[in-house]
Design a protein around this ligand. Sequence first.
Ligand SMILES: O=C(NC1CCCCC1)[C@H](C1CCCCC1)n1c(-c2ccc(-c3ccccc3)s2)nc2ccccc21
Length: 233
Amino acid sequence: KEKFEITKEQQDFMNVILDAYNRHQIPPDVAKKLLQEQYSAEENFLLLTEMATSQVQVLVEFTKNIPGFLSLDHEDQIALLKGSAVEATFLRSAQAFSTKMPSGHTEVLEERIRKSGISEEFMTPMFNFYKSIGELHMVQEEQALLTAITIMTPDRPYVKDQQAVERLQEPMLDILRKLCALHHPGEPQYFARLLGRLTELRTLNHYHAEMLTSWRMNDYKFTPLLCEIWDVQ
Ligand SMILES: O=C(NC1CCCCC1)[C@H](C1CCCCC1)n1c(-c2ccc(-c3ccccc3)s2)nc2ccccc21
């Protein structure tokens, strides 16, 4: 078999992931809301907590559709979700930022995010990530697979059976490698660049709690789900 040829079972696997990814879309578009008006830091923080809370619920439903996930040890299932939720949020945010918009809208969106209440020090790494994701022009299959691969990361904290997670992540990496060759034939390095984004995601994950607690406002309110996922309060 040609090493780039996608087999029938890989195609079926991809369809399961893509169907789940499309079925579990996030709530109404936050970018549209931000383009309408500049909200206060408090309103933006509330908007983020609402968006993130529903996105975590969407993420759980998506993850349950990843073949093999539900047969993992239950505590490991929780550890994988907890370990990847913030990265999945930044991945979705990057996709929201990179969505094709009428000219000038992306600049307005960037301005609104810069003034949302997030501390200045996080803007550069965050927008560097958003722009590097945007430059990749990922097709939907790649976005869905990259999200599933991020969730199925063996070395998250508290994962007991890392080999079992590796066995689920490897087939997805193989499909992604073939998809990259298929959709980006002129860029042999494309697959490597895509995986490089996952490393960049981990650095954003590293300071997400500080991003939240340094939000320019006084009293923070987190939903119980977010306290759990965001390691805050
Ligand atoms: O609503 C949002 N993102 C949704 C989350 C769920 C999935 C869909 C996207 C926020 C808004 C930012 C401005 C203020 C309101 C919230 N957002 C961000 C984030 C910046 C920092 C973020 C964060 C996450 C976790 C922890 C610490 C910090 S998310 N980047 C965006 C790029 C484009 C459109 C929205 C974007």
